[in-house]
Design a protein around this ligand. Structure first.
Ligand code: 0O2
Length: 221
C-alpha cells in the first residue's frame, strides 16, 4: 500500500464529505434568514421548522451498491443527490410553494430537479415537494457546485411520512396490505386537515386585511 496515495485518498474523501456539510450550512443559513425575516415582517413565518441531515459514508455506499453505481467519488457525486438533505415543515400547503419560490429565486441556487408529490402524491399517499438544487461552495482553491435535496411539506404531511417511514422499515419494505390501506386512509385524513386549515387561515387573513383597511381609513380621516 502506497502511504502517500492512501493519504491523498483520505484527504479527497474528507473534502468530499465536507463540501456537503458546507452546502447544507449555506442552505440552512438561507432558510433561517427567510424564517426570521419573514416572521418579523408578517405576523407568522411560513417556515415552522427546518432540519438537516448528512448521509453517512455507509449509507452512501449502500445506496451506490443498491443502485449499481460505480464506487468512485465522481460517480457518487453525479448520481446520489441526497447526500445533503434538508427538510422544511410549513403550517399550510400554500406556504410550501411560497417557501419553494423564495428559495429557487435566489441567484446562487440552481434547481436541477423538482418533484411535486403534493400535486401528484405517491400511490401510498406520500406528499411532499422535493427540490434537488445545486449551490456553489467556495473552498480554498476551488468553487464547487454541490447538490442538496430539499423536502418541503406541511406539518400534517410530515407527521404521516415519519410514521410511514418507521412502519416501512419495521416491515423491511413488505408492509401488510391492511396496514397499507390504513396508511392511505390516514394520508387522506391528513390531506383533509390541511385543506380545512388552509381554508380557516384564508378567512383569518381576509379578516386581518379588512380590519387593517378600516384602521388605515380611520387614520386618514
Ligand atoms: P431517507 O431515509 O429519508 O433518506 P431515491 O432517492 O433515488 O431512492 P427517488 O425516487 O429518486 O428515490 O427519490 P424521491 O422519490 O424523491 O425520494 C427521496 C426521499 O423522499 C426518500 O429518501 C424519503 O426521505 C422521501 N420519500 C420518498 N417517498 C417516500 C414515501 O413513500 N414515504 C416516506 N416516508 N418518505 C418518502 P430515502 O433515501 O428513501 O429515505
Amino acid at each position: 500500500v502506497d502511504i502517500a496515495e492512501l493519504r491523498a485518498l483520505k484527504n479527497e474523501l474528507t473534502r468530499f464529505m465536507m463540501s456537503y456539510k458546507f452546502a447544507t450550512d449555506e442552505m440552512m443559513t438561507k432558510i433561517n434568514i427567510l424564517k426570521e425575516e419573514f416572521g418579523s415582517i408578517h405576523d407568522y413565518s411560513p417556515i415552522e421548522h427546518v432540519s438537516s441531515r448528512l448521509k453517512s459514508p455507509e449509507g452512501i455506499l449502500k445506496k451506490a451498491l443498491r443502485k449499481g453505481y460505480p464506487l468512485a467519488l465522481e460517480s457518487i457525486r453525479d448520481n446520489i443527490q441526497d447526500i445533503a438533505g434538508i427538510r422544511i415543515t410549513c403550517s399550510f400547503i400554500s406556504d410550501t410553494y411560497r417557501v419553494r419560490d423564495m428559495l429557487i429565486n435566489q441567484r446562487d441556487v440552481t434547481v436541477l430537479l423538482e418533484k411535486d408529490y403534493i400535486a401528484t402524491p405517491k400511490a401510498n399517499g406520500y406528499k411532499s415537494l422535493h427540490l434537488i438544487v445545486a449551490i456553489p461552495v467556495f473552498m480554498s482553491d476551488r468553487v464547487q457546485p454541490v447538490t442538496v435535496e430539499v423536502q418541503i411539506r406541511t406539518v400534517a404531511m410530515d407527521f404521516w411520512a415519519s410514521l410511514e417511514h418507521k412502519i416501512f422499515y419495521k416491515y423491511d419494505g413488505a408492509v401488510p396490505d391492511a396496514l397499507v390501506d390504513d396508511l392511505k386512509q390516514a394520508a387522506d385524513v391528513a390531506n383533509r386537515l390541511d385543506e380545512k386549515m388552509e381554508f380557516l387561515h384564508d378567512q383569518v387573513v381576509a379578516l386581518d386585511t379588512g380590519s387593517r383597511d378600516t384602521a388605515d381609513a380611520d387614520m386618514l380621516n
